[in-house]
Design a protein around this ligand. Structure first.
Ligand code: OGA
Ligand code: MN
Length: 283
């Protein structure tokens, strides 16, 4: 097994291993480097949906997004091959994915990790990009660290989708039915490594201790600062590639592409641990 770190503060490309047939030693090595690099990319795996779910299951319980299947299509293509219109609610959610975020921070239990595999990729664009929130926290000045130390923000997908003009009240997407948005600390301690990281992204809003404008500006400034080189890595996908990232300390986003071309990915989400990924009790 070969582990090639990217030139960013996070991410490594892992080759010389078949995820569908891991030995015990290989699995332990992968689990360990996952905590070092926070994003692992495995080229040329061509995993089936079942193999992807079984790989994800090694990291924890599956978070079921839409029904019981472990994999969710992140695709502008219907099963008959036709392309979705930009107005389609699924396209609105995928357009939302183009903003920096961490998965399920808007749910009462935020996600631990996500697996994404590439099946059909456009000629240009459509990359995925990740940003290292451990390194972002480490790069903050002391004044900012003190300012945010005890601050929390609400997280809501209704809020973040409304920010991009997706307010269609008739659409009940995943997380849209959460009535009391979870409140989460801006600084998250990783339950395994103990490292602090910034826990922000497009779903975060409304820091209770600040005026709305100040809250919005602080969250925007933190995000702009955090998601800069050398903390970001962008992957140009090839069909067969599969990646896993740690939602507890990494933000990610999709890059735009021409919607006249198909882009078809498969997503599996791994549930957080209630001891570390549950929202703070409100009130
Ligand atoms: C996701 C996601 C980004 C992409 O699957 O959670 O945000 O590049 N995907 O499709
Ligand atoms: Mn996502």
């Amino acid at each position: 097994m070969n582990i090639e770190p990217t030139d960013a503060t996070l991410g490594a490309v892992v080759t010389g291993v078949r995820l569908a047939a891991l030995t015990g030693d290989e699995w332990h090595a992968i689990e360990s480097v996952f905590h070092d690099y926070a994003v692992l990319i495995f080229p040329e795996q061509y995993a089936t949906a079942l193999e992807q779910t079984e790989f994800a299951r090694r990291f924890g319980e599956i978070e079921h997004l839409y029904g019981d299947s472990g994999v969710v299509p992140v695709s502008n293509q219907r099963s008959d091959g036709s392309l979705l219109e930009d107005e389609d609610p699924a396209m609105q959610i995928m357009r939302g994915n183009e903003g920096w975020h961490t998965d399920s921070s808007y749910m009462p239990l935020a996600a631990k990790a996500s697996v994404l595999s590439a099946h059909v990729v456009p000629m240009a664009g459509g990359e995925t990009e990740w940003a290292d929130m451990r390194a972002a926290y480490g790069a903050l000045d002391e004044t900012t660290r003190e300012h945010i130390a005890d601050l929390s923000a609400y997280h809501s997908i209704r809020y973040s989708q409304a920010q991009i003009g997706h307010t269609d009240p008739g659409y009940a997407g995943y997380g849209f039915d959460v009535e009391e948005p979870p409140l989460r600390s801006l600084v998250k301690i990783h339950p395994v490594t103990g490292r602090p990281s910034l826990f922000i992204g497009r779903h975060a809003y409304g820091i209770p201790d600040l005026q709305p404008d100040d809250s919005e500006k602080l969250l925007r400034d933190l995000l702009d600062f955090a998601c800069q080189p050398p903390r970001t890595h962008r992957r140009e996908w090839k069909p067969g590639d599969i990646a896993i990232w740690d939602n507890r300390c990494v933000l990610h986003r999709a890059r735009p592409y021409d919607h006249a071309e198909p882009r078809s990915m498969r997503h599996t989400r791994i549930a957080g641990d209630p001891r570390s990924e549950a929202a703070a009790p409100v009130g």
